[in-house]
Design a protein. Structure first.
Length: 224
């Protein structure tokens, strides 16, 4: 952890125990200066009382900041200086649970200008806001694309090729077809006389053109 020079630093220490705390629960704090292998005990808490040692770096600087009922054994150090750089060790005993691994805190005292300008929570909040904004923008774009595709599928008009396609006309019936229709009348009806005529398409009495004639039905009289 980092603490600005001349400010208060809180050393947080929490512990776990299957037993409830009691007057027998004890807390011991020790300090291992930076660059050394030895540690020195400077604070002890037992039966609701604080015991502060005569270790000069912490004289008149230590105060209890924990709550054993909440499994909290934290302390505070006032007016921290560069000499407080090092490792802090928290050891809690809660009989009959006395086998526990002590906690270690690596602390650095730095100049105020060296501390980050933005706190961690501000950075996390900014990153979260950016991620949420990107997700919303992506959702809007996908929704617009989906609506456009759906509108194209729902269109029922004809295409250009369909609108200009020619209309097929019914074939013209030949004279033989006309005669077939006349002959295919039902046998139960009384058919009157049928008048036929021959049409001459020649150019004249002395023309060399081939004469073409076709039978035309002029009248079809039926009696029911």
């Amino acid at each position: 952890m980092y603490v600005a020079n001349g400010t208060q630093g809180k050393l947080t220490c929490t512990f776990k125990s299957a037993n409830t705390t009691s007057m027998l629960t004890t807390v011991s704090w020790s300090f291992q200066p930076e660059g050394t292998d030895t540690s020195m005990s400077f604070f002890h808490y037992s039966q609701g009382r604080e015991y502060i040692g005569n270790y000069p770096p912490f004289k008149d600087r230590i105060s209890w900041a924990g709550d054993l009922d909440k499994k909290d054994a934290s302390i505070s150090i006032e007016n921290m200086q560069f000499m407080h750089n090092g490792t802090y060790i928290c050891d809690v005993k809660n009989p009959p649970d006395i086998v526990a691994q002590p906690g270690h805190i690596r602390l650095y005292v730095v100049e105020k200008a060296v501390l980050p300008v933005f706190p961690v929570w501000a950075v996390v909040g900014t990153v979260t806001a950016v991620v949420v904004g990107l997700c919303l923008l992506t959702s809007v774009v996908l929704a617009i694309l989906y609506r456009r595709r759906s509108s194209k599928r729902d269109y029922t008009g004809c295409s250009t090729s369909e609108s200009v396609s020619p209309v097929k006309q019914a074939p013209r019936k030949s004279p033989s077809d006309t005669e077939g229709l006349v002959k295919s009348l039902p046998s139960g009806s009384h058919q009157g006389p049928v008048i036929y005529a021959q049409l001459d398409h020649s150019g004249g009495p002395h023309s060399d053109k081939v004469n073409k004639s076709e039978s035309v039905v002029y009248a079809d009289i039926r009696k029911n």
